[in-house]
Write a protein that binds this ligand. Structure first.
Ligand code: MSP
Length: 640
């Protein structure tokens, strides 16, 4: 019989130097589901990839002085390495710069245009580049992006629009009448109340102010809006809109799109509307998981509060990290990453409960029976509880895994592990060993321990990819697989082999101290003494006229990526200054800011623009910060 298919996706990631542990969270969860489904016998397609177009990537590439293609090419291999390190078992990896994807996006855009679902108009509104999101004036919160709280840019350009509003009623119906479509349930109200019921506007789906994107085939000065481009990866990776669409026919619709909660809007409103317009089936489910937080905020590179998954895996091993991510917080909700909680979980759940159980059992089988124990069928009433629990646990775990409650599923497995440890305390094998007449009973106890360990090890396999085979090898399991967990008494005997310690115990205090020191060292880089300049006298210095001014207008200079043109008010006069700060400041964030300028500098022309002075900034190789007097300082005041 043909296997039932199961198609699962993660979001495709923006290429970034360092994906943090929050990014790994989503991918590890998807991998856990993929492994679980495969173990159950499904024909799984697990997709991940990278989202490589858009204004944000173009700007970063410009700042680094490389082409966007060079920038993404350099980074994508690092992302693939990270997924290897985290034991991610994706079947496909899509890059939105792949030719197959580019062609499919163009065909999709053309199809929607020909059907009248895309039309040409003009966009005027706000754009958040970090989120690549369009916002209307009334959606902004305190003038900032409602998703990430960062500055937005005023945007006015000729654009193509997708008739999103046309699908509003069908989307409301989809979410209200099909509760499985959007999970967990809390996300349904968020989408209905925040977006659908207030009313959808048509969506701007092309840009002309930059060119790092997929050109619209029939109007190539436009590039396709990065989210429209990105969302279609889920079908394009399967060959949709190409000559080879066998996988598309086989796997689409997706069984689940796993996404972080901040991008649920794109997946549960824009994406289904696009599919409706294309007359394609909708994904069966969009699951919006919570965030892994650090110090009360979302981990983010720009906030500098990221935790590096590579370092964590190097220190504690991939299974400990995967276990922590899946165990520590309920999947739909937010959770906090903290080193102490991680170390405590490693010590208590992994080293004490699981690791100790395995090593004690293996040692006892070796000591009392030379390494092989058989089921001697000498039962005792105290066996009943353990055996019943071992038989019931797989079904409980399946029910929880089916609804992506990884933490509760692991908690159920750990109940079996704890019960097995308790069984050792109850049966006291060391006492049985003293009595020759209890030999068969002792062997039965050893056998029961191995059986319980075997079942628990199978059940943790979707999360702990390396521990399961390591334990099964130590206890001498003869068969392995998800269904083996459902059978008590699968094999008649176990021949054990002592292996290395599964999870070494960590000295909590010493480890936390070392982590603190590491963090302090990282924050205080060794700074080399700069070469001193020639000494000057006070008379030299006072030749420089420094004055307080306010920025009243500011704009980029088209032909010069590094330059901003600023109009300054000195109180007694207004003047124009050109400054090389465009890579560090958005024009909007400077308006109203007080600055200090060198007022008696000889005027110069920069890229065709006159500059009457220079703005004072602190800077090094990577950073730049404008020197700004307090807001109440009068314009024109002298700085000395
Ligand atoms: N490129 C878009 C997705 C396009 S899908 C068609 C994107 N990329 S991302 O790199 O910014 O984020 C990828 C995923 O990582 C998102 O689901 C996001 O929610 C998730 N996470 C990023 N930081 C996270 C945490 N701190 N915690 C949990 N997940 C987080 O969005």
């Amino acid at each position: 019989m043909a296997k039932e298919k199961f198609y699962i996706t993660t979001p495709i990631y923006y290429p970034s130097d360092k994906l943090h542990i929050g990014h790994s969270y989503c991918t590890v969860a998807a991998d856990t589901i993929a492994r679980y489904k495969r173990a159950q016998g499904y024909d799984v397609m697990f997709l991940t990839g990278t989202d490589e177009h858009g204004q944000k990537i173009q700007r970063i590439a410009e700042e680094r002085g490389v082409s966007p293609q060079e920038y993404v090419d350099n980074i994508v291999s690092g992302i693939k390495d990270l997924w290897k390190l985290m034991d991610i078992s994706n079947d496909k990896f899509i890059r939105t710069t792949d030719e197959m994807h580019v062609k499919a996006v163009q065909k999709i855009f053309n199809t929607l245009y020909e059907k009248g679902d895309i039309y040409k108009s003009e966009y005027e509104g706000w754009y958040c580049t970090p989120c690549e999101s369009f916002w209307t004036e009334h959606q902004l919160v305190d003038g900032k992006c409602p998703d990430c709280g960062r500055s937005v840019e005023k945007t006015k350009e000729e654009s193509y629009f997708f008739r999103l509003s046309k699908y509003q009623d069908r989307l409301i119906d989809l979410i209200k009448n099909n509760p499985d479509f959007l999970q967990p349930a809390i996300r349904q109200n968020e989408m209905l109340n925040n977006f659908l019921i207030p009313g959808l506007e048509d969506l701007c789906v092309s840009r002309t102010s930059f060119d790092w994107g997929i050109p619209v085939e029939f109007d190539p000065k436009h590039v396709v809006y990065v989210w429209l481009d990105a969302l279609t990866n889920y079908i394009n990776a399967l060959g949709a809109f190409s000559d080879d669409d066998a996988d598309f026919k086989k796997y689409w619709p997706a069984d689940v799109h796993l996404v972080g909660k901040e991008i649920v809007r794109f997946h549960s409103i824009i994406w289904p509307a696009m599919l409706m317009a294309l007359d394609l089936p909708l994904p069966k489910q969009v699951y919006g998981h919570g965030w892994l937080l650090l110090d009360g905020g979302k981990m983010s590179k720009s906030k500098g509060n990221v935790v590096d998954p590579v370092k964590l895996v190097e220190k504690y091993g991939v299974d400990a990290i995967r276990y922590f991510l899946m165990r520590e917080m309920p999947f739909g909700a937010d959770g906090v990453f903290n080193n102490e909680a991680l170390i405590n979980r490693i010590n208590s759940d992994l080293a004490n409960d699981l690791g100790n159980l395995v090593s004690r059992t293996v040692s006892m089988v070796e000591k009392y029976f030379g390494g092989t124990c058989r089921n001697m069928n000498v039962a005792d009433t105290m066996d009943g509880e353990l055996i019943t629990l071992a038989k019931e646990t797989p079904a409980k775990v399946e029910a929880l895994m089916d609804s992506y409650q990884f933490s509760s599923a692991l908690a159920e497995i750990w109940k079996l592990i704890s019960r097995t440890n308790k069984y050792i305390d109850e049966t006291t094998p060391w006492t049985l060993a003293k009595d020759e007449s209890k030999k068969d009973r002792l062997e039965t106890v050893m056998y029961n321990l191995c059986e319980a360990i075997r079942i628990a090890s199978e059940l943790i396999s979707p999360v702990m990819t390396r521990t399961t085979p390591a334990i099964l090898a130590q206890i001498g399991a003869k068969e392995s697989g998800w269904n083996c967990a459902k059978v008590w008494g699968l094999q008649d005997s176990f021949t054990v082999t002592k292996g290395s310690v599964l999870f070494p115990r960590i000295d909590v205090e010493a480890e936390l101290k070392a982590i603190e020191e590491e963090a302090a060292n990282a924050q205080a880089p060794q700074i080399e003494k700069p070469e001193a300049k020639e000494e000057i006298t006070i008379d030299d210095f006072i030749k420089t006229e420094l004055r307080v001014a306010k920025v009243i207008e500011c704009e980029r200079i088209k032909k010069a990526k590094k330059l901003l043109k600023l109009q300054l008010d000195l109180g007694y006069e207004k003047r124009q200054v050109v400054s090389g700060i465009a890579q560090f400041y958005e024009p909007e964030e400077l308006i109203g800011k007080k600055v200090v300028i060198v007022a008696n500098l000889k005027p110069v022309k920069l890229c065709g623009e006159d500059s009457y002075g220079m703005i004072l900034c602190a800077s090094n190789d990577n950073q730049l910060s404008i020197i700004s007097p307090s807001d109440d300082m009068e314009l024109g005041s002298e700085v000395c």
